[in-house]
Design a protein around this ligand. Structure first.
Ligand code: F6P
Length: 364
């Protein structure tokens, strides 16, 4: 006799470490006598007819995945069941499918949901609980590192490592050509990836969403380096950064199915502005989705495994719902509300900010 049935889903943008977390939740829950059912593509697997959207998970189906990027379940960052996309008379419209989702959950005999996601997924889980979902346990995933209520999220360290590797490579070509290289990185409205990668990757300027910048100050940094004989510069800019009087760079606006606009393009703007002000040859590149890819670094795997096993313990030993976050370096269950309703910005007095300032890195 099984202890019960638990569903697991991955939602929002993928992040390295999701598969490790799936492995840990599954193995630890199965060892405690639970049956684990994976839901494919966020919540879509529960809203589609039949069982094709469900994937039974056990030791075998999760074997050898902890080191893989992506998610074996698939994911969706436009799959909010409260604004589910349906086609009516050839027109796409948003409808509230949450009631249907909760009914299906109960029909399948599922007692709890473990949801691996960021702020959007946590918000959805909290609303589903209000709608009648029996239980939900969240695990904090995002490359952006910006989830409220937790000190860490899995995916962040790998994204930073990938960006740092790119910056290391760009140094030699920037220096060889005496150029200014402007590197745009993801992170949505927070500058965690830009700051960590810029600092570790030896950038000369780092531009963050938290502090609207003045291009003239960045140009002054480039000129100052030139005067000191350093004829190249590296600028890291977060996709959500903007000029003091400028607007956010947006590639596509939010719509009925997606909470956030698609950011992008600030790197090009900064490069053009610096070329104009410094008369230096300038190139921009956007690391974009590269930062979401690849094998999770060891620290992300460890975090995902630690939190995944803890989620299974909470599931088995308590009746509680909430998010398993990191506080004072240890896993702790907190209410969903502590992780939702905004994001965690980089504070002005964060040690990485102090280090950047102390080293004379321009913050624009
Ligand atoms: O939240 C993760 C993230 O990669 C952000 O850094 C970025 O703004 C967004 O998702 C990109 O989403 P999409 O995959 O829809 O382009």
């Amino acid at each position: 006799m099984s202890r019960g049935r638990v569903a697991v889903s991955t939602g929002g943008g993928d992040a390295p470490g999701l598969n490790a977390a799936l492995r840990a939740v599954t193995v630890a829950a199965v060892r405690r006598g639970w049956e684990v059912i994976g839901i494919r593509r966020g919540y879509a697997g529960l809203l589609e007819p039949g069982d094709a959207g469900l994937l039974p998970l056990d030791r075998e189906t999760t074997r050898g995945i902890a080191h893989l990027g992506g998610t074996i379940l698939g994911t969706n960052n436009r799959g909010d069941p409260f604004r589910w996309a349906v086609e009516r008379d050839g027109v796409r419209a948003a409808e509230d499918a949450s009631g249907r989702l909760v009914s299906r959950f109960r029909e399948l005999g599922l007692q709890a949901l473990v949801t691996l996601g960021g702020d959007g997924s946590m918000q959805i889980a909290a609303r589903l609980l209000e709608r009648g979902l029996p239980r939900a346990i969240g695990l904090p995933k995002t490359i952006d590192g910006d989830l409220r209520g937790t000190e860490r999220t899995f995916g962040f360290d790998t994204a930073v490592a990938t960006a740092v590797d790119a910056l290391d490579r760009l140094h030699s070509t920037a220096e060889a050509h005496d150029r200014v290289m402007v590197v745009e990185v993801m992170g949505r409205y927070a500058g965690w990836i830009a700051l960590a990668a810029g600092l570790a990757g030896g950038a000369d300027a780092v531009l963050l969403p938290e502090r609207p910048f003045e291009l003239e100050r960045v140009a002054a940094k480039v000129r100052e380096r030139e005067a000191a004989g350093r004829r190249f510069s590296i600028v890291v800019v977060a996709e959500g950064a903007r000029e003091r009087e400028g607007a956010l760079a947006v590639r596509a606006g939010a719509d009925a199915f997606a909470e956030h606009p698609r950011l992008g393009g600030i790197g090009e703007r900064v490069a053009a502005g610096l070329a104009e002000r410094t008369a230096k040859e300038t190139r921009a590149l956007c690391l974009g989705h590269l930062l979401r890819g690849g094998s999770p670094v060891a620290s992300d795997r460890l975090l995902a495994l630690e939190l995944g096993a803890e989620a299974a313990r909470v599931l088995d030993e308590t009746d509680s719902s909430g998010v398993v976050v990191v506080r004072d370096g240890r896993p702790r269950l907190v209410p969903f509300a502590e992780c939702t309703g905004g994001f965690r910005p980089v504070p002005e007095d964060h040690p990485w900010m102090l280090a950047a300032r102390g080293m004379g890195i321009s913050l624009g």
